[in-house]
Every structure is written in C-alpha cells, then in structure tokens.
Design a protein around this ligand. Structure first.
Ligand code: CTP
Length: 451
C-alpha cells in the first residue's frame, strides 16, 4: 500500500496525510448532495446603507444574502429609502434595529454616526442614488448615512457603493464626474447593471443583482494572491458534431472550471474563461469565450495563451471527433444497418500549450486536470509527466461530473497533496492558493507578470 507524501513543512495549506488504497475513496450519495452554502463572510460586520431608489427592493435580498454568507449586518436608511421599503423589513432580515436618524437616542452617547462604523469591516451603500453619490463627494453631513460615511475611519473602513438610477442620470457628466471623485477619495464603485429600468427605459444604471453584489463583496475581502497574473481557464465538455442534430459529448458540467475562474478573479487575477457548451452563469469580472468543439477550444486557447501567465486546463476535451460531419441529418434507410463512424484524434490542448516557449521558459505556469475512474495516483502521475506540466490535479470523474462537490489530488515534482471532499468553490479557492504559492515561489523576478 503506497503512502502519498505530505509536502514539506513549508506547505501552504493544512494537509492531511492519507494512505492510498487503489483509488480516492468514493463519495457517498449523501456527500454529493449540495451542502450548506460556504460562510464566505463569516466574522465580517457590514453596515448596509440604503439611499432612496426603487432598487431598495433588492436590498432586502442582499441583506439576506449577506447574513446567509455569515456576515452580521447593521442597516442604516435615509428618509428617501424609507419611501421604498420599511425599516421593519430590513430589521427582520438583519436581526437588528435599523438606524434612520442622526438624533436617534438609542446609543448611550447619542453618537450613532460614530459608533456604527467603528466595528464595521465595510460600509456598503446599496442602492446608492445619484443624489447620495453627490452628497458623498461633497462630504455632506446633514443626515445620518452621509454623516456616518464622512465620520468613518477612512483607512480602516472601506466604502463600497452600488449605484442605482435612471440611465440618463447615470450617463450625466455630473454623475460620472462624481463617481471619478468618489474613487479618487478612496471609495469603491461596484458598477451597474444594464437593462430594463423601472421608469420604462433601457440602459445602464440598474443596481447590480443581489447575487452579483454578494460575489463582488466576497471578492473584495479575498487576499489578492494572484494580483498581476493573467489566468486562462478551460472548462466544461466539448461537443463533436456527427450531423446537424447529433454529436458526441461527455458529462462534464463545467462547474469545477467555472469555480476556478471565479476563485482566480477573487484572488485578483485577470481571468479569461474558455467554456465548452454549458449553461452556467459567468463568474463576475471574468471574460468568457464560448466554444463548442475541441478544435474551437484549441484555437481560442492558442490565441490567448501567449498573453497568459497561468493556464488551467479543466475542460473535459473530447479525445476524438467524427472523421466526417454530415451537413444533413443522417437518416435511417430502412435496411436496419447502423452508420459506420470513423474517428480522428483531437489535438491535446494542454500538451500543446505546455510545449510552447512561454511554458518551457517558465513564463506560463500550466496546470492540468486528470479525470480518472481508477488508480488515480498512478494515472495522474503518469499524465503529469506525459503532458509535461508542473502541476496536475487528479479527480475521479464519475464521482464528480455534474456534482457540486469533488475531492482533488494535487501532484507536482515534490509529491502529492490531497484536498479532501468539499464544494467545488471551496476546492477551487484552495487550489488557487496552491497555484499562487507555486507561481510566486518559482517565478524569477523578471518572469513575473507586471502589475
Ligand atoms: N486535455 C486537453 N486536450 C485534449 C485532452 C485533454 O487539453 N484533447 C487536457 C484536459 O483539459 C486535462 C488533461 O488534458 O487538463 C487531462 O485530460 P484527461 O481527459 O484526464 O486525459 P486525456 O489526456 O484525455 O487522457 P486519457 O483519456 O487517456 O485519460
């Protein structure tokens, strides 16, 4: 029974020493069900400020999302916000009395504007109206929310805003000027959505959806271990057409690759995700390119690999494609004979990138995956050597394809590291830390990506 080596004392993450039987332990049905959401904001205290705007209805869900992610939330509302949603709703969702008035005497010292921000990890204004943005840039202090923002310890309590307004108001030079000023004053603008607005017009200025804001806030708090890196990720299956209505694909859901793209962006990288046919939402801030076949994926990757500093090949690329693809649907001819399909092997995208000058000279760090059904360690070790990549991540395909959970076995020249079963997002974040650790440890100063 071989024993997998634990990495040295300098290993970046907690490692479990484990004994290898013949494969990674199979996941039980129970273990593969989605567990509770990870508490990404555990221990964080967020002051959620609402200014006036119809987007206040989204703030209720945002508040709930923050709480579900483990944060404590203190809501502060302006008079205008109270026209759109009641403080009772926000109190029920946050589990704390809401503050709306600078003369509120519930605070023993009568200084809600000071006390509320002192233990905050961030103040998030969502929605942040055009008027409130203007007030922030002018340093106004005639009502509780703007007064509290002005009185916050500026180097310790970040101010994040989610603008929400009509498209003309958003595009107006005054608003754009104020946003530039707000950023110059140290504020963080989380961007706006585009689409149908409550006023009936369509354009930029909607408040981002609660789930998008939550993703941005979690990313905001994530240490930027990949800052300055340009990460290229492949994800999902490929689809090899037999005729216009049929093709060959596999059970990969793309969830692992999408989680890796999200985790890399959270860690500060500039991320491009090349995705096979899947219907997953694009992670926030990630540049996504959709492809269908293995050859499409190869062209998309080769066109971008020379700009990347890290390449993570998560995709389950089809090994073969039909030698010919009929332009018309292949019909039954009544003879009972099935069509005879010939196959051609697809190019190995990972191996091709790993052979490039950038990868061979250490400017591009390549990470491969191995989807195996058995003998994970042996197969993954052999695959790492065959594909000539510094790091290969093994997993048991049938146990993870389409699932929300996985278990990973990281193999590099130093040994192996098991990341035990967890949600794909949690594993992706741990993998990104491992990659960052190796990229920073191995890169020569002149090979590091410029910030
Ligand atoms: N890969 C690739 N291009 C291919 C096949 C695989 O880039 N044509 C990449 C995958 O994205 C993964 C790694 O190579 O990072 C290993 O893929 P896997 O399907 O596990 O192995 P194969 O190379 O296809 O070998 P085998 O099917 O024999 O296990």
């Amino acid at each position: 029974m071989p024993v997998i080596n634990q990495r040295g004392a300098g290993a970046h993450l907690a490692v479990e020493r484990w004994q290898l039987t013949d494969t990674l332990p199979r996941m039980s049905e129970e273990a593969n069900k989605s567990g509770p959401e990870p508490l990404d904001l555990a221990g964080r205290h967020i002051v959620l400020g609402l200014s006036g705007g119809i987007a206040c209805y989204k703030s209720a869900e945002l508040c709930r999302g923050l709480i579900k992610a483990g944060a404590t939330v203190q809501v502060v509302m302006t008079e205008s916000a109270l026209q759109f949603i009641t403080s009772a709703t926000m109190q029920a969702l946050s589990g704390r009395p809401v503050f709306t008035n600078q003369w509120d005497d519930r605070e023993p010292n009568g200084m809600a504007h000071i006390n509320l921000s002192r233990d905050a990890d961030a103040i998030l204004i969502a929605p942040c109206s055009a008027d409130f943005i203007a007030r922030l840039t002018q340093g106004r202090a005639d009502e509780l929310l703007s007064l509290m923002c002005l009185a916050r310890p500026i180097d310790r309590v970040p101010l994040l805003i989610a603008p929400a307004m009509n498209r003309e108001m958003y595009a107006h030079p005054a608003t754009q000027r104020n946003l530039v000023q707000l950023v110059a004053d140290g504020g963080v603008v989380l961007g706006v959505g585009t689409g149908f607005q409550a006023c009936g017009e369509t354009g930029d200025g909607r408040m981002l959806e609660p789930a998008e804001l939550l993703e941005d806030i979690i990313a905001f708090f994530t240490p930027k271990v990949l800052a300055g890196q340009r990460v290229l990720v492949t994800a999902g299956p490929t689809y090899e057409a037999i005729d216009p209505v049929r093709g060959i694909t596999n059970l990969s859901s793309g969830k692992m690759g999408f989680a890796i793209a999200r985790a890399a962006r959270e860690a500060g990288a500039d991320v491009t995700l090349i995705a096979g046919p899947v219907s997953l939402p694009t992670p926030r801030g990630v540049n996504r390119i959709d492809v269908k076949s293995a050859s499409n994926m190869l062209s998309a990757v080769m066109g971008r690999a020379q700009l990347a500093t890290v390449f993570i090949a998560t995709a389950a690329v089809a090994d073969w494609r039909p030698a010919t693809s009929s332009s018309q649907k292949i019909k039954k001819d009544g003879s009972g004979q099935s069509p005879q399909l010939q196959f051609i092997e697809n190019a190995d995208i990972l191996a091709t990138v790993a052979q490039s000058v950038a990868a061979q000279t250490g400017q591009l760090y390549c990470v491969g995956f191995a989807a195996e059904s058995h003998d994970l360690l042996e197969n993954a070790q052999a695959k790492r050597l065959r594909k000539q990549v510094p790091l290969l991540v093994g997993n048991i395909g049938p146990d993870t394809f389409g699932q929300d959970h996985n278990a990973l076995l990281l193999i590099d020249a130093q040994g192996c590291l098991e990341l035990t079963r967890d949600s794909k997002l949690v594993l992706a974040r741990r993998l990104i830390q491992e990659i960052a650790h190796r990229v920073t440890a191995t890169a020569l100063p002149h090979l590091r990506a410029s910030p």
